[in-house]
Design a protein around this ligand. Sequence first.
Ligand SMILES: [Zn+2]
Length: 154
Amino acid sequence: MKCGRRCDGEYGEVVEPQAFKVRGREVTVPVSLMKCDACGDIMYSPEQMDRAQKAVYAEIRRRENLLAPEEIASLRLCLGLKQEEFERLLGLGPKTVVRWESGRVFQSKAADALMRLVQADRANAVRLADWNGITLPYNPPLRRTLGRRSRSAP
Ligand SMILES: [Zn+2]
């Protein structure tokens, strides 16, 4: 593709570290983008922009040790809860979980810690369900099930 910024260059795809600012954080990650070989002007295709944003968000999560969107979704599904029910379990406002699971919004450190407590021990989910007035679908704790089996084994 021709550059056109009063320049005879051509855009070509390159992978380069780029600095991004997201919600008060500065992150530099290697991303794929289009760069003019003469003037150095850069631009992103929609797919490159999307991939760059994912890389930036993943880097921020890695740096701040936050659960990934897929981890949040899998925790919720393990509890057998819909997004609205998971919001009520954690005492969150509407649409919070859908935003976290889409990866466009970061959970707070406090919310992340709460989810990790639920992930570490289902008893914490049971307590939260009790406090926030929701019913968890029945799902026997794995350890107790295994214990019963080993006791009844010959
Ligand atoms: Zn150019």
